[in-house]
Design a protein around this ligand. Structure first.
Ligand SMILES: *[C@@H]1O[C@H](CO)[C@@H](O)[C@H](O)[C@H]1NC(C)=O
Ligand SMILES: *[C@@H]1O[C@H](CO)[C@@H](O)[C@H](O)[C@H]1NC(C)=O
Ligand SMILES: *[C@@H]1O[C@H](CO)[C@@H](O)[C@H](O)[C@H]1NC(C)=O
Ligand SMILES: *[C@@H]1O[C@H](CO)[C@@H](O)[C@H](O)[C@H]1NC(C)=O
Ligand SMILES: *[C@@H]1O[C@H](CO)[C@@H](O)[C@H](O)[C@H]1NC(C)=O
Ligand SMILES: *[C@@H]1O[C@H](CO)[C@@H](O)[C@H](O)[C@H]1NC(C)=O
Length: 805
């Protein structure tokens, strides 16, 4: 009897082993086959050997994940998993059964997961070469397939129908359900949204494909297709395609996958099949473009946790950091919420004068665009701080087009260079070291706190929906939405800016009859003056002498345009005078002179300071080109037109005046504006003048800032290298960057930043304006957010440099 049982068991085992051997060769798996979760467990391979089905060990000790992975990639990239929320303990077993399909049980025999009740009896399973695990009946009819039950990844040949969902995992190594979803909605839109994890309630989307058509449903999307050539697109019912992949590498040479990453970014990746050199998954495209800024739902924490600040990395993935004085709620979850290390209380202390108890951490271009409860306008920065300081409910004041008071928890925190404002974070004195960290420079080692790196930016934080929680004690009570409507100042009659109108007599008095001349430029002479406005303020009065005399309307228009600009890297216009022949502009006075004096003076200024100045100018120009109400082309960017304030912040001056001068003299567009050495070649070529002329001048100036040398130094007359930009390009080509900076040790020790800046400079001075980057791209490249490609020869069309003209 015992022998018979033993023989039977032996036979069964032999049969099973044989079946499993079969499974390893053609991808087919018979009913009854099983795998036990151990460290050296076998797996069911597809016939090509590219995909495997089986157990992968989890970081969570002695637990395993039933999954499908790329078997030929050393890192074994997981593309599907069954039991993310219920890790399987060691010795758990997965078995292919006839009635329940795949069944995963723990060592005690308790069910952990199964493929669910099926409409038929399974006769076999197939690990297909596409990465799809299929259960079929005896007629090869598909009863279940992993492709129809996707987790966080889609593979070529996989299709998602309307109603389909792809969900992120919790973290890179934790396969529990995460809070992000990719869904193809009934209306035909493909969307990304976050959700509330306990109930899976979906919050507003942060990406939408725009493939719905309410008026004609035959135009709306109904399938997300990842085709066998590695292209992903949305197929509309009318047969048209909305491509997500613009170009794909051939599937014969590359593996592909599209994964909703745990941080909410949906990315298509490729990986070279040939095993040469270092291989890794690289991105083809990802959505959304900037999750830090695009994600702004009224509910939910945003891309990062509450009170955290999101920062877009070069790979379009977010990085989350707690502000200083805050710590992670869960030390192991960098993307989670932050909690203050202190308490802002309205009891007892609230009665005390708070001014000497609290201080602010100032964060430039950091915003939490939701969580407001008050807005003050008009108000100045100091009043804004004070109002938050004296309000025990206020945790943060954002100064940006008025003063927004916010309470905890703060949500949707982001670093956003387009914000053009700052946050004052309140904390009790002593909680945050008062010596504030210097602004982070690219290339510097990261501090554990916030890293200020820009992302590509949507200038839109002003029109977000303001969310107000009514009833402080009733968290789930009704909500009121209030659109923050911006008061747009209409052009039209008169000047509706904050500009003051001065009489000529007032200005003559202020400048002591135009006594102290502080500058002289293409537009006239600048005088220093003082005025009483509460306190004594020092002003710079510019007497325009070349403005066309009957151009009164133009003058008013231009002054109005200038008056509406507000940016920390621009010189502020305070007022003007327009009296008969006299046209004067009144600016704030900046104490540290021009960049020209700073750069070309006796001693070489500090490298870090120079970098900050270059960044500042780039941001100011970006603002003029893309972010202010009326686009302004400066036309005369040069170090003489950059002023430095008390803190050596760069401030662009003389912007907005070019138009006034184009009117004078010849009245033709061909009259060259600008200064020899900085003028873009298109001025000489009768080609249209665009913002790219400023990019060109900026490039020349950037190289000057790097080298602390004038581009064309007529006085010293450098015999060997008369034109700096030519020389700089030669040095770049020869890889001899160090000769450009002489004995500047600081720059030498930061050669990677030096190289990046120089490459950006060379990109900017390309002869062909269309090759030059936009100022937005320039700021991103400068700050290290995007890679700077190798720079081409700036003068491909000319054998001589343009200065001979
Ligand atoms: C994964 O994350 C979830 C939710 O935070 C947690 O409950 C679970 O213990 C984690 N699992 C592992 C294996 O660490
Ligand atoms: C495996 O995938 C190929 C390509 O999609 C398909 O033609 C084939 O029918 C699949 N095999 C099974 C058993 O599903
Ligand atoms: C809907 O669009 C299709 C093609 O895009 C067109 O043929 C059809 O006439 C439209 N139907 C209506 C009701 O407009
Ligand atoms: C996949 O889609 C792309 C883009 O729509 C198309 O050019 C290509 O021919 C498709 N490949 C196959 C095999 O259908
Ligand atoms: C390959 O990758 C390893 C680690 O990822 C790295 O240390 C090494 O420098 C890389 N080699 C090359 C040639 O990129
Ligand atoms: C006010 O603050 C001071 C110092 O923080 C404390 O000593 C004092 O007791 C406080 N007064 C009240 C009324 O809370």
């Amino acid at each position: 009897m015992a022998t018979a049982i033993f023989t039977l068991m032996f036979l069964v085992t032999m049969v099973l082993l044989q079946l499993m051997a079969v499974a390893q060769t053609n991808g087919s798996v018979p009913v009854g086959a099983f795998i036990t979760a151990t460290d050296d467990a076998p797996s069911w391979l597809s016939s090509s050997g590219e995909f495997a089905f089986g157990f992968q060990p989890l970081e969570y000790k002695d637990h395993f994940l039933l999954s499908i992975w790329y078997a030929e990639i050393p890192a074994k990239t997981i593309v599907w998993y069954a039991n993310g929320d219920n890790p399987a303990p060691r010795e758990s077993k997965v078995e292919l059964t006839g009635d329940l399909g795949l069944v995963l049980t723990d060592p005690q025999g308790n069910l952990i997961w199964s493929s669910g009740s099926l409409l038929g009896t399974v006769s076999s399973g197939v690990m297909n070469d596409t990465g799809n695990f299929v259960l079929q009946n005896s007629n090869s009819f598909r009863l279940w397939e992993s492709f129809s039950n996707p987790t966080d990844t889609l593979l070529p040949t996989q299709i998602m129908e309307v109603g389909g969902v792809v969900s992120s995992r919790r973290t890179e190594t934790n396969f529990s359900l995460g809070r992000f979803q990719l869904r193809l909605l009934d209306d035909g839109n493909l969307v990304l949204n976050s959700m509330n994890l306990p109930t899976k309630f979906a919050y507003d989307d942060y990406y939408t494909s725009g493939t719905s058509d309410a008026s004609n449903s035959s135009n709306s999307g109904y399938r997300l297709i990842f085709n066998e050539s590695g292209y992903m697109y949305i197929l509309r019912r009318n047969g048209l395609r909305e491509d997500l992949t613009k170009t794909a590498l051939p599937t014969t040479d590359f593996y592909h996958r599209a994964t909703l990453n745990f941080d909410g970014v949906f990315t298509q990746y490729f990986y070279p099949k040939a095993s040469r050199g270092n291989r890794s998954w690289s991105s083809v495209w990802s959505k959304p473009d900037d999750i830090c800024v695009n994600m702004q739902a009224d509910l939910g924490s945003g891309a990062c946790g509450y009170n955290s600040i999101c920062n877009l990395k070069a790979d379009k993935r977010p990085e989350c950091n707690c502000p200083q004085g805050f710590s992670l709620l869960d030390q192991n979850d960098k993307y989670g919420s932050c909690i203050p290390d202190f308490e802002l209380s309205c009891r007892d202390d609230g009665l005390n004068s708070t001014e000497d108890q609290y201080d602010f951490l100032e964060l430039i271009n950091v915003d939490w665009p939701t969580s407001d409860y008050e807005r003050y306008k008009p108000i100045n920065e100091d009043e804004c701080r004070k109002s938050c300081l004296n309000d025990c409910l206020c945790s943060v004041a954002i100064f940006r087009d008025g003063c927004w008071k916010k309470k905890l928890p703060l949500s949707n925190g982001r670093y956003d260079i387009g914000m053009n404002g700052k946050a004052f974070l309140k904390f009790p004195k002593g909680y945050v070291p008062l010596d504030r960290p210097p602004p982070q420079l690219p290339g510097e080692k990261k501090k554990p706190d916030i890293k200020f790196i820009t992302g590509s930016v949507v200038l839109g934080t002003s029109v977000f929906v303001n969310f107000v929680l009514v009833g402080a004690f009733c968290l789930t009570s009704s909500f009121i939405y209030r659109k923050k409507t911006e008061k747009v100042q209409e052009g039209g009659s008169g000047l509706e800016t904050n500009l003051r109108y001065f009489t000529y007599k007032e200005l003559a008095e202020a400048t002591n009859d135009f006594k102290e001349e502080v500058g002289r430029g293409g537009f006239g002479v600048v005088y220093k003056g003082t005025m009483q406005a509460g306190s004594t303020i020092v002003v710079a009065v510019k007497k325009l002498d070349k403005v066309v005399q009957d151009g009164e309307k133009e003058f008013k228009t231009e002054v109005q345009v200038i008056g509406q600009t507000h940016h920390k890297n621009l010189v502020r216009l305070l007022g003007f005078c327009d009296e008969g022949q006299n046209r004067l502009l009144v600016y704030e006075f900046l104490s540290n002179g021009t960049l020209a004096n700073f750069l070309f003076g006796c001693s070489k200024p500090n490298w870090k300071q120079r970098i900050q100045i270059a960044f500042g100018i780039a941001r100011g120009l970006l603002y003029l080109h893309e972010e202010c109400g009326t686009q302004i082309i400066h036309c005369d960017i040069k170090p003489q037109n950059i002023l430095l304030d008390n803190y050596y912040n760069a401030r662009i001056s003389d912007f907005g005046l070019a138009k006034l001068l184009v009117m004078d003299q010849s009245k033709t567009q061909t009259a060259i504006r600008g200064t020899k050495g900085y003028v873009a070649p298109e001025w000489f070529r009768n080609r249209p003048i665009t913002v790219k002329v400023d990019v060109y001048s900026f490039g020349v100036m950037l190289i000057e800032i790097i080298c602390c040398r004038r581009n064309v130094d007529l006085e010293i007359g450098e015999a060997e290298n008369p034109v700096l930009t030519d020389w700089a390009y030669d040095c770049y080509m020869n890889g001899s960057l160090d000769v450009l900076i002489g004995d500047d040790m600081e720059a030498k020790n930061d050669i990677s930043t030096l190289e990046r800046l120089l490459k950006v400079g060379i990109w900017c001075i390309q002869e062909d304006p269309s090759v030059r980057p936009t100022m937005r791209k320039v700021t991103q490249m400068l700050e290290g957010v995007v890679e700077v490609p190798a720079a081409p020869n700036p003068f491909p069309y000319s054998t001589i440099s343009k200065y001979s003209q």
